[in-house]
Design a protein around this ligand. Sequence first.
Ligand SMILES: [Zn+2]
Ligand SMILES: [Zn+2]
Length: 295
Amino acid sequence: MIRSVSTTVLLLGLILFASATSAAQLFAPKEGLYYVKQFGDVKFHVYASPIAAGASASVVIETKNSLILQDVQQNKPQMDELKTLIQSIGKPLRRIYISHDHSHHWAGLELLPGVPAYANQATIDFMKQKGEAELQALKNQFGSQAIPYSKVVVPGNVLQAGSGEVIDGLRFVFSSPAPELTGPVVFMEFPDQKVMITHHLAYVGVHVPLPPVEARLAKLNEMRTKDWAWVIGGHGVPVPGPEYFSKTIDYYTTLGKVIKESPDVATAKDKMMKAYPSYGGVVLLDLLLPGFYPQ
Ligand SMILES: [Zn+2]
Ligand SMILES: [Zn+2]
């Protein structure tokens, strides 16, 4: 009797141990990309849609007892994988922060119900006024299987740029260091980990050529003087700070030259693709390069 009880306890213990270790290690996405980096007892998990699709990032920040998230995904297959990542970590998701009004960062919110969501006033206003039309446009473009959402979930809490928060011992600040270049987007800075999440500034691994080139280069050169350990762009590949600034400054220096030397959009696109053959988001060259050639 005693033996069988202890055997049962031992077996139960082994099963629990096996499931605990596998849950934390099993996340291996098929639809998107996954990067993870640990700083002390804080872990930054970055899940992104495929590079070709623009590598739109959702950042799950894991503290000792809980999770916070910046930005969800647009299409359901990526939302499902993001939810799998969250479940595999096995801690409660306490907050969702939406960085800005572009629908690929908020469309899937409906699939994470019951979690308090936050955004700045500009994002909330846009979602209230134009969200439904945006969602319909996504359904038309990607189909109702990829975009099965029935409504726009407007964040109920307003974020102020410059404000900060401490959750579970983790300090973070909502900043917007270059609104003249990025529009009203929310960056997140983690001063103790020296980690920053940026939007609409400059990206690594994807083409997002944003004007104006000179002002952007000046801002990047100014911001690189802070020693960031890891910079997570809202799109593309997260990299150590020095790499983020050297690669984005290289990209915008090249872009400036290419625009100057190219008589038209097609030539400029060709040169940018040759200069950065591994970069995704080629469709954004088509969308954004015409902005550098005013009629
Ligand atoms: Zn955007
Ligand atoms: Zn975006």
